[in-house]
Design a protein around this ligand. Structure first.
Ligand code: CP
Length: 313
């Protein structure tokens, strides 16, 4: 099978085979990134636009560097300094970027479905860098890439996602990817933040943090998405940290080879203690490193690449 999609809008619509194409292509690009000369001409002459209407550190910088490593021209759109502030619509903004010959538009937006909307009228490829609480596909791809690299497989692993599931696009994309690749997914957090709906997809739900972490091969921690919550979903940050935060005492209950993951940004002392974030089992910064290779793979594939067979490391 070869890649045949112009856009990357979500994980839900991908098959397991398509996810493996991205992961195997990313493996090739990771090897390229370990060479003395880290650039390849795969996107020479192409223009990539980072259209970020919501804040980002990791995703925006990672996509920018990924595009540069592929020798594309990169434009970083800054919403605060743009004509969106004067009332220009997202549609008009995107069409103007396309009029400047944008080949790939990477969009982050607070509205669910914004990337899907753009893909309906643009000729450019559209890549979802996070839409509301819906999906964050490249985060899930870099997460499963990291799990596979560390554990050698994904199928059969026990993965616990602990935190604010309700408002998390990272949770949704991870759940789709992990279930498609055969992992067993447990969701844990306050009952107000862990929707029962996910049981229908095949996730296990518990509100007992000990039960959630003691058999986990992977614990993926999520921060509280204050920017998306419309009301307080738990009494206090202190209570959340004491009931659900991963601290040294809780880490002692886990398997000795558990991987601690977090998409960032981390809130030290809330969902994760510093002693856990910085411990030897934490792969949080390796996730960031792998994000570069994964995003190079995504840009390469949506631009017409077929798969890992085209990458010479
Ligand atoms: N993981 C993630 O999306 O981080 P940023 O918001 O910094 O891009």
């Amino acid at each position: 099978m070869t890649w045949n999609r112009k856009h990357l809008l979500d994980i839900q619509s991908l098959s397991a085979e398509e996810i493996f194409i991205v992961l195997d292509t990313a493996r090739g690009f990771k090897a390229v990134g370990e060479r003395a000369i880290k650039t390849v001409p795969a996107l020479r002459g192409k223009t990539v636009v980072n259209l970020f209407i919501e804040p980002s550190t990791r995703t925006r910088i990672s996509f920018e560097l990924a595009a540069q490593r592929l020798t594309a021209d990169v434009i970083n759109f800054t919403a605060e300094a743009s004509s969106l502030k004067k009332g220009e619509t997202l549609k008009d903004t995107a069409r103007n970027l396309e009029a400047l010959n944008a080949d790939i538009i990477i969009i982050r937006h607070s509205a669910t479905g914004a990337p899907h909307f753009l893909s309906r009228f643009l000729n450019a490829s559209v890549v979802n860098a996070g839409d509301g609480a819906h999906e964050h596909p490249t985060q899930a791809l870099l997460d499963v890439f990291t799990i596979r690299e560390k554990k050698g497989r994904i199928e059969g692993l026990n993965v616990t996602i602990l935190g604010d599931i309700l408002y998390s696009r990272v949770a949704r994309s991870n759940i789709w990817a992990l279930l498609k690749l055969g992992a067993k997914v447990t969701l844990c957090g306050p009952s107000t933040l862990v929707p029962r709906d996910f049981e229908r997809l095949g996730c296990r739900i518990t509100h007992d943090v000990r039960e959630a972490i003691e058999n986990a091969d992977i614990i993926n921690l999520l921060r509280i998405q204050h920017e998306r919550q419309r009301k307080t979903m738990f009494p206090s940050i202190g209570e959340y940290a004491s009931l659900f935060g991963l601290n040294r005492a809780r880490l002692a209950l886990t398997k000795p080879d558990v991987l601690i993951m977090h998409p960032g940004p981390i809130n030290r002392g809330v969902e994760i203690d510093s002693s856990v974030a910085d411990c030897s089992r934490s792969v949080i910064l390796e996730q960031v490193t792998n994000g570069l290779a994964v995003r190079m793979a995504v840009l390469f594939l949506v631009n017409g690449g077929k798969g890992p067979q085209e990458i010479r490391a």
